[in-house]
Design a binder for this molecule. Sequence first.
Ligand code: F6P
Length: 515
Amino acid sequence: MTVSAAWDRLQSRLAELPERTLSELFSHDAQGGAARVAAMSQRIEADLGELGEIGMLLDWSKTHLDGAILDGFEELAQATGFDAARDALFSGGVVNPTEGRAATHGAMRGSGTDTDVEEAEALLARMGMLVGAIHDGALGPIKHVIHIGIGGSALGPALAIDALTRDLALVDVHVVSNIDGLALEQAFAACDPATTLIAVASKTFTTTETMTNAASALQWLAKNDVADPGGRVVALTANPEAAVEWGVDETRILPFPESVGGRYSLWSSIGFPVAMAVGMDDYSAMLAGAQAIDTHFREAQGRANGPLLAAFGDLYYSRIRGCQTRAVFAYDERLAMLPDYLQQLEMESNGKSADADGAPVAGPTAPVTWGGVGTDAQHAVFQLLHQGTHLIPVDFIAAIAPGDDLDPAHHRSLLMNCLAQGAALMAGKASGDLARHYPGDRPSAMFLLDDLDAASFGALIAFHEHRTFASAVLMGINPFDQFGVELGKAMAKSIESGEGEFDASTAALMAAAGL
Ligand code: F6P
């Protein structure tokens, strides 16, 4: 059966079901909703031995999913070959057909073929040795790292460092991505050139922004009397030859396989600045937490599979209910950058119009992912969630253990606010005055982590990688290419070279900007 026929079948199946409100779904349940909560919640936990443990409670009961809808989605998963695609992901199959590649980010944390995992372990050991040597002073006293990369070569490290170093960072890391010189200047202002290491992170080692910033960072070291600026550069790349050509000594190049996609590369040497900041023990705990989710994703079947269930929810809202966005609110300052990270993961992976065979897709693909941090967002954008005209499924993410050392009243209030928002979105409040009427019936899912330590952080990110992959499989698309970013890059190059021909508007703007 084609993916499009499987979707037709699901749509007809769902059209026959009664469309129940969230309140009806709860009241339908003889136990006052408790049975629904039990059926639609799941705890994922794993003991990671010396590296700690992970535990997270996922609650999908405040979404419109129910047993009958999930039956339909499980049938869709079967018809679209989900099990085989999942096996292919972990067994080195070509899951990225347009580029003829496997996707081996799982192997970077121990989930893959023996050969891929062995290679990953050797690369990790090499990174661990370099991190240890730098911490021990092999490159002089290093107190700062300026990590230069963009997209997947920046967002993961920036998020992980922000999430995991609130208590203590072994070195001060600044992630610089933008070609806007202000970004690099800000990092320079915060660093002492005499004790700064430059990490150049680029899978291709050709990205204009990164190479321009890297060259300026070297000039900054030289201008500030660093005797051997090149000796202070570490390269993180899948193209080591280009790094050598650029002038990086082979001993300071940390390679990773071509089959690890940019937005899936936190687990590869792109994670070097994370390891520099948190140390190899916590970095290994992050990998182990991610691996625990790999194991869950590989083994759990149907709706018992957390990432697959999340994908069912995402597709139900985007394709059946027509939601064009999905929002993520972390009630935790340490995850303030998570929406940015998820934007790239989900939108660059699944924002496609062609299916994996090059035919037009059967329906809408990735919704726009957006979000923020609670409670701040409550006082900014939640008005629209509660009373606006859009239906927006929301994910709430919070940790039971506080990240701060202040009066427990802070964390208690944070968690209470988070739970109150989900309850209010669902219940609404009737009023004869339309301006004061809350329609309710607005869906949300809850991710409640026991704690936000390195292992749980790794688990949370891996969960979202697999959620994205599962959605792609169910839509029949390839999540591992990103040809859509190329045209803009090519146009920028034509503007720079002065060779391209442009429309009248762009030509006039170029003249106005002096380009
Ligand atoms: O332009 C998109 C992209 O290719 C992303 O997929 C990638 O994460 C980013 O650019 C950076 O690429 P690189 O790591 O090769 O510099």
